[in-house]
Design a binder for this molecule. Structure first.
Ligand SMILES: *[C@@H]1O[C@H](CO)[C@@H](O)[C@H](O)[C@H]1NC(C)=O
Ligand SMILES: *[C@@H]1O[C@H](CO)[C@@H](O)[C@H](O)[C@H]1NC(C)=O
Length: 351
């Protein structure tokens, strides 16, 4: 699907290459997208899964009959999993789109009671209000210790596709939006089984979350606006494929060694600054500051920066909501207005 993507102007491309080289983790973004059918298969709502001719793009739809979703054909033990996603626009309250790795929900519920999961979840909104996004980490069925974070996005995710990536190694979990890491979880011994450590499948789903997703269930899916379509492209499944019967981590030694050699978990100082800026500007909840739910704290949370923590309630929720980074729809109009004003002033200045 590369042909469908717009090439960045040369100057920007050069900057991107420079920052990728500086990151020392450029391997992480050495993306080799695969066609849908080579890596994935329908999971549910097959009639609502629309593939492009070459399989480079797939749309999953939610209508009044069903949502839909797909699952990787293989299980993976560690890896880099990525998709470019364009979310449905207009009225999307109650709509949930998810991109995640897990071993609990199908495949015969292989780990029903002690499942692992890493997810990106996107929650729709009423017209003119922004989509919200959250990440979550569960290990070995630790659903009572949901390691959730919520953020606003620095762009309108319905205008064009952005890349969302999950890097999972045996020591680190990193969530990325485009080239910016937004969350890093470093394994420590105190996390014990809470760090995902069993082979997982990769999923993408769209479904009706009317009961909770928007305003705590106040705003429900309105099927007048259906079908809701989330478009996935640039599918990357770069990990160690695991035999589903034998589950032998030994198979993955070589892949692990490669991952270590590529040093994919390395994040440059510049990228770390980008991550901090993203979190300071756009994070609206973190389990790390949630003293109501976790009075003793979670073991992987670094000693909190007290000044940063001050900006949050003890519930982990931010005290002052960030201003929406992008106003949906209005933006174009106001920039057009600005152009007109500029034109007028120019006319005036000329006169
Ligand atoms: C995972 O959970 C199971 C049962 O819930 C427990 O027996 C096992 O020790 C746990 N594994 C780890 C690595 O903590
Ligand atoms: C992670 O994998 C590397 C390479 O195989 C190995 O050296 C290291 O001991 C592993 N760490 C853990 C915590 O399993």
């Amino acid at each position: 699907m590369a042909a469908a993507r717009r090439e960045p102007p040369a100057a920007i491309a050069a900057v991107l290459i420079l920052s990728a080289a500086a990151a020392g983790g450029s391997a992480a973004f050495n993306l080799k997208p695969i066609a849908f059918d080579r890596g994935y298969a329908p999971l549910f709502g097959e009639e609502n899964i629309v593939r492009s001719a070459g399989g480079g793009t797939v749309k999953i739809l939610l209508n009044r009959f069903t949502g839909s979703g797909f699952i990787s054909s293989d299980l993976y033990y560690h890896g880099f999993f990525s998709a470019s996603i364009k979310l449905p626009s207009d009225y999307t309250a109650g709509v949930v789109v998810a991109f995640y790795v897990s071993n609990g929900m199908s495949n015969g519920d292989i780990f029903e009671k002690n499942h692992d999961e890493l997810d990106f979840e996107f929650l729709g909104n009423v017209r003119g209000k922004e989509w919200r996004i959250q990440t979550n980490v569960y290990g070995n069925g630790s659903t009572s210790r949901g390691r959730e974070e919520r953020y606003q996005l620095p762009f309108d995710p319905t205008v064009e596709a952005h890349r969302y990536s999950i890097l999972w190694t045996n020591t680190t979990i990193t969530f990325y939006i485009d080239d910016t890491p937004i969350r890093v979880v470093v394994r420590n011994t105190a996390m014990a089984g809470d760090f995902p450590s069993k082979p997982m499948s990769i999923y993408a789903t769209i479904w009706d979350g009317s009961t909770w997703a928007t305003g705590n269930g106040k705003y429900k899916v309105d099927y007048k606006y259906a079908p809701f379509a989330a478009e996935f492209s640039d599918l990357v499944l770069d990990g160690c494929r695991m035999d589903p019967i034998q589950h032998l981590p030994e198979q993955c030694r070589e892949a692990e060694a490669e991952t270590s050699a590529a040093d994919r978990t390395a994040i440059s100082q510049e990228k770390r600054r980008d991550m901090l800026r993203f979190r300071q500007r756009l994070m609206t909840y973190t389990c790390c500051y949630d003293e109501v739910r976790y009075p003793a704290g979670l073991p992987e949370c670094e000693a909190a920066d007290e000044a940063d923590k001050e900006r949050y309630w003890k519930s982990g929720d931010i005290k002052v909501q960030p201003k929406p980074a992008v106003r949906r729809r209005r933006r174009r109009r106001s920039s057009r207005a600005r152009v007109r004003v500029d034109d007028n002033s120019k006319v005036k200045a000329d006169a």
